[in-house]
Design a protein around this ligand. Structure first.
Ligand SMILES: *Cc1c(COP(=O)(O)O)cnc(C)c1O
Length: 403
């Protein structure tokens, strides 16, 4: 075998970034410490003039956090050619902390954010309710339609960032990452992509031209529902050091050593889990699509999904998030109350199947008129297909839909 051989993504998920600390421990310990000792004043002075290395204080950095960051950076850069620089990552205490740092790192008072209509509820509120108070304005382009985006950026010379989520939460609308990056860059704006639904196993935005990728690691990356966490990954070292890493250090949204350790453990099986998640979701989507009780099924893998071709082009599989419409509020309530296996809860990407009603739960903070504009109807249900036997998931949905 030639020296050119690169490990596969499952191998990378298991081995990239792993710490071998000299104790012989097979699994890295949890560095449950707030501070780190200096050997002497020379070491203090080396740290102060930047020539020393190592850890000082766990808000600035911790070995387990660095290990998780290295693994995630390796996955987001997996398969990159020489034209894409090696990514670096920072880990946060939540997906929202990562999104806030990515947006505050790319937009300052007087700047403007252009984003799509449908967004994760809290990201929506950050952009439309919080950042404007700090002088960062925003506008919405449904689906980030390329012509409308180009027109918007022509008239917004202060737009410094385009923010997108694909597939989007909860409607599963897909946005073309490469095309959006091309247009953003033409007008001097950066592109930040929330890759939570797809994960780097299915979609790698940095390879398609995005400047920053953000994640809620709470979801598929951890995968077991034990941690709230986030990450930001970029190929722009300067942006990472002067903005994103600086923001985590000075606003303090850092993850605990235990949370990093649990997330790293979950991440090792991400490729394996995604394969099963995707195949089960395809089964569930075709069942729902054929059910006379379901008005509409939204899943990027269905041929009638409006952006099915874009999804095919930029994703290696279609993920395990889907949404379906039961027509009205009453039908949705009755269905949700009849479920036995599927768990009524917000969040997603866990080993077990989670189901929720966006209008009452995840997207309750979005004003009703905006919900309607985003396609979040009162009959819409969001499903995160888990790793149970797919026949059991379908049987539960079937009994709850009724005869
Ligand atoms: C959950 C989620 C977030 C927010 O992440 P937290 O870890 O809950 O802060 C952001 N984007 C998407 C797409 C999500 O699903």
């Amino acid at each position: 075998m030639s020296g050119e051989r690169r490990p596969g993504i499952a191998t990378e998920s298991i081995h990239a970034g792993e710490i071998h600390d000299g104790s012989g421990a097979h699994i890295a310990p949890i560095y449950q410490t707030s501070t780190f000792t200096f050997s002497d004043m020379q070491a203090v002075n080396d740290w102060a003039d930047g020539s020393g290395e190592g850890y000082i204080y766990s808000r600035g950095g911790n070995p387990g956090r660095a290990a998780l960051a290295a693994k995630l950076a390796a996955l987001e850069g997996y398969g990159r050619g020489p034209d894409v620089a090696e990514p670096i990552a920072e880990i946060f205490s939540s997906g929202m902390a990562a999104i806030a740092a990515a947006l505050m790192g790319t937009a300052k008072a007087g700047n403007h954010i252009v984003t799509q209509q449908v967004l994760y509820g809290s990201a929506d509120h950050l952009i439309s309710g919080i950042l404007p108070e700090y002088g960062i304005t925003n506008s919405r382009i449904p689906g980030l339609d390329p012509n409308l985006l180009e027109n918007e950026l022509q008239h917004r010379s202060n737009a410094s960032v385009v923010y997108l989520e694909t597939p989007a939460n909860p409607t599963l609308r897909v946005v073309d990452i490469a095309e959006t990056a091309r247009i953003a860059h033409k007008y001097g704006a950066r592109l930040v992509v929330d890759n939570t639904f797809a994960t780097p196993v299915l979609q790698r935005p940095l390879l398609l031209g995005a400047d920053v990728v953000v994640h809620s690691t709470t979801k598929y990356i951890n995968g077991h529902g034990t941690v709230i966490g986030g990450a930001a990954i970029t190929t722009d070292r300067d942006l990472m050091e002067t903005e994103i890493a600086s923001l985590i250090r000075f606003t303090g949204g850092v993850p605990s050593p235990l949370d990093c350790w649990l997330t790293n453990l979950g991440l090792k099986t991400l490729p394996l889990r995604m394969a099963r998640h995707c195949s089960s979701a395809a089964t569930v989507a075709s069942f729902l699509d054929e059910s006379p009780r379901v008005a509409e099924t939204h899943y990027p893998g269905l041929a009638h999904h409006p952006q099915h071709i874009i999804a095919r082009t930029q994703m290696s599989d279609f993920g395990a998030m889907l949404a379906f419409d039961l027509g009205d509020y009453g039908a949705a309530m009755q269905f949700l109350d009849r479920l036995e296996l599927c768990t009524l809860a917000v969040s997603l990407g866990n080993v077990d199947t989670l189901i929720e009603h966006p209008a009452s739960m995840t997207h309750r903070v979005v004003p009703p008129e905006e919900r309607a504009a985003s396609g979040i109807s009162d009959g819409l249900i969001r499903l995160s297909v888990g790793l149970e036997d797919p026949g059991d998931i379908v049987a539960d949905l079937a009994q709850a839909l009724g005869r």
